[in-house]
Design a protein around this ligand. Structure first.
Ligand code: NAD
Length: 360
C-alpha cells in the first residue's frame, strides 16, 4: 500500500518526510488529527529495517496519540515523529537534535515534539534550541521526565480495575507483577509499595532490577516468567506486543493494567479474547496518559492543581470505559468509542489551543 493509501486508511491529515544533508538526519512527522487542537507526540529514534517499517510505526503511533489525548480530555490532537537511525544504538548528537528541531519548527506549533524511545531530556533540549514547540526537556525547554506522572496515572487506572471487579480500592496486600522496571516501572513500584502492595518484578537490565529490590524489597522472577506470574494485577511496563489473546489461558492475573504502549498484539482481537477468558484488560492508552497530560497540560498553560486533577481523572475515565465494555464487546473497543465521542464533540467547536474538552 502506498503512503497516501495508508494515510487515508488510518485517517491521517499530514505526513512529512525530511532529510538534512549536513547531519544525515532522516525523519518523518505524522500528524494524525488536529480535530481537537495542535498535536503533541514524542520523537522516537530507532533503527528500522526498512523505510516502510518506519512509516508504519509513525502512522500507528500518531493515530494512538489522537485517542490518548482525547480520552485524557486534552485539547490536543495526535501526532508523532520518528528519526531513522543508520544503525542500532546510534548515539544522538547536538547537531542531529538541532536539525530535528528545525524540522519540527516548520509546523509552527501544529506538531509539538517530546521524548520517546531513544530520546532523553538532553536530546529534547537540543531540539528546543531551534524551536519552541518542544516539551520534556530540563534546561532549554521544560516539563522534564514525564515518567513519574505516567506511573501515577497507571496506578490510578489500576484502582479503577479493582473497583470494577468489586474489590477494595486499596493496594494493601495486593500482589502486582511488573514487567520492566525502567523509568515508569520503577515509579509504579514506588507508588504501589507506599500503598502496601507486594511486588513481583522482572527486567533484562540487572541495574534496574537491583534498584527495585534494594529500594522496595521486590521479589524477582525471570523475564520469561513474569507474564504468567500468579498475582492480582499484571503490569506490563516494558515493551509492546507482550500479550495476545491466545495467551489468555496462561495468565494467572485477573487484571492486566500497565504503562507500556501497545501491550496487545492486535488490540481489537486480543482484548475481546481476554474478555471472554475473564481477564480485565485496562486499555493502555488510557492507563498511560499521565505523562502526556503533564507535558501537554503544561504546554496549554494548565496550573499544577488542574494537571493533578486530570491525572486523577484517569481513574473515573477508566471506570466508565470498563463499564461500557459490556456493550462495546471489549475494553479496547469501549476506549476507542469513548475517545471518538470526545473527538466528535470537540471537533464541532474546534480549535483554540488551551481550550479544554469533555468533563474529565
Ligand atoms: P525504559 O526504557 O526506561 O524502561 C523499560 C524497561 O523495560 C527497562 O528497564 C528495560 O530493561 C526493560 N525491558 C525491556 N525488555 C524487557 C523484557 N523482555 N522483559 C523485562 N523487562 C524488559 O522505558 P519507560 O520510559 O519506562 O517506558 C516503558 C513503557 O511505557 C514503554 O512501552 C513506553 O512506550 C511506555 N510509556 C512510557 C511513558 C513515559 O512517560 N516514559 C509514557 C507512556 C508510555
Amino acid at each position: 500500500m502506498n503512503t497516501l493509501e495508508q494515510m487515508i486508511e488510518r485517517g491521517h491529515e499530514r505526513v512529512c518526510f525530511h532529510q538534512d544533508p549536513d547531519t544525515g538526519l532522516r525523519a518523518i512527522v505524522a500528524i494524525h488529527s488536529t480535530a481537537l487542537g495542535n498535536a503533541l507526540g514524542g520523537t522516537r529514534r530507532w533503527h528500522y529495517a526498512t523505510e516502510a517499517d518506519a512509516l508504519y510505526d509513525v502512522l500507528r503511533l500518531s493515530e494512538g496519540m489522537t485517542y490518548k489525548a482525547a480520552a485524557a480530555g486534552l485539547a490536543m490532537g495526535g501526532a508523532k515523529s520518528v528519526i531513522l537511525l543508520p544503525k542500532p544504538g546510534h548515539k544522538g548528537t547536538e547537531s542531529e537534535g538541532r536539525a530535528m528541531g528545525r524540522f519540527v519548527d516548520n509546523f509552527h506549533g501544529e506538531y509539538i515534539a517530546a521524548e520517546d524511545v531513544g530520546v532523553n531530556t538532553q536530546f529534547v533540549d537540543w531540539m528546543a534550541m531551534e524551536t519552541k514547540h518542544v516539551m520534556g526537556g530540563e534546561t532549554v525547554s521544560h516539563g522534564g521526565d514525564p515518567s513519574p506522572y505516567t506511573a501515577q496515572g497507571t496506578v490510578n487506572a489500576m484502582k479503577a480495575c479493582l473497583a470494577h471487579l468489586g474489590k477494595p480500592v486499596s493496594f494493601s496486600g495486593v500482589k502486582v507483577a511488573i514487567q520492566g522496571v525502567g523509568s515508569v516501572g520503577y515509579n509504579v513500584a514506588r507508588i504501589l509499595k507506599q500503598d502496601g502492595a507486594e511486588l513481583i518484578v522482572a527486567d533484562i537490565n540487572d541495574a534496574n532490577l537491583e534498584r527495585v529490590v534494594e529500594d522496595f524489597g521486590a521479589t524477582v522472577v525471570k523475564p520469561n516468567e513474569i507474564i504468567a506470574a500468579e498475582c492480582d494485577i499484571l503490569a506490563p511496563c516494558a515493551l509492546g506486543g507482550v500479550i495476545n489473546g491466545n495467551m489468555a489461558s496462561k495468565l494467572n492475573a485477573p487484571i492486566v493494567c500497565g504503562a507500556a504502549n501497545n501491550i496487545l498484539d492486535d488490540p481489537d482481537e486480543d482484548s475481546a479474547m481476554l474478555k471472554s477468558a475473564g481477564v480485565l484488560y485496562a486499555p493502555d492508552f488510557v492507563a498511560n496518559a499521565g505523562g502526556l497530560i503533564r507535558l501537554a497540560g503544561l504546554y496549554l498553560g494548565m496550573t499544577e492543581p488542574q494537571l493533578n486533577q486530570k491525572i486523577e481523572d484517569i481513574e473515573t475515565t477508566m471506570l466508565q470505559i470498563l463499564k461500557d465494555a459490556d456493550k462495546a464487546g471489549s475494553t479496547h473497543a469501549s476506549a476507542i468509542a469513548f475517545a471518538n465521542t470526545r473527538i466528535a464533540a470537540g471537533a464541532k467547536h474546534k480549535t483554540r489551543a488551551g481550550q479544554e474538552v469533555g468533563a474529565n
